[in-house]
Write a protein that binds this ligand. Sequence first.
Ligand code: COA
Length: 187
Amino acid sequence: MQFTSDDKTLKDGSKNARLEWGRKLELRKPELADGAEIFTLVESCEPLDKNSVYSYLLLCHHFADTCVVAEEGEKIVAFLSGYRPPGREEVFFVWQVAVDPRMRGRGLGKLLLQEVLRRPASRGCRFLETTISPSNEASQRLFCSLARDLKARSTVTSCFSEDHFGHENHEAEPLFRIGPFLLEQVI
Ligand SMILES: CC(C)(COP(=O)(O)OP(=O)(O)OC[C@H]1O[C@@H](n2cnc3c(N)ncnc32)[C@H](O)[C@@H]1OP(=O)(O)O)[C@@H](O)C(=O)NCCC(=O)NCCS
């Protein structure tokens, strides 16, 4: 899907009134050739975990239907990874959302979430789950904003404790769950 700064569909059909793109922005599935650039983007997006390039190649290769990149010109400026957890047909799990620091605060993070929920690969999903560390306020705000748009409840329960991370000295990652919702509510 392509958007430009004067794209009527986006402005009229979206609640993201703050979206003002200077140039053309394309949202698409990632390809294998994107893996290394996604790794570099994620590296610049603290406090995200820095996974290996290999893990991003796997996402591009096997999970492209449930991942999104936003490209401005030739440059990847945002990325979302997610998947449908095996055996949990109503759930979409979001792993990472990374928006280039220069592109934040303009609705792009939420646009990635909306894009992935619109895909055929999300058919049948009524709940969105992710884990968010307590100190990551931007991420909490992003998912609360999505819950509001979807007119859905959100709950937080324990999930990965600090101990689960062993010696990594990693904050706990409680589970943030939004739903039930109707995919038709996605703008
Ligand atoms: C979290 C992140 C993806 C948000 O991306 P973004 O494009 O700036 O978010 P959006 O512009 O779509 O904002 C969505 C909502 O979150 C709010 N929000 C976003 N960043 C915020 C911040 N730093 N402080 C407070 N609110 C914030 C916005 O105000 C908006 O809320 P609203 O709809 O009620 O007005 C981005 O800050 C980022 O890449 N952070 C580093 C990586 C990370 O922590 N990823 C998330 C964990 S997986």
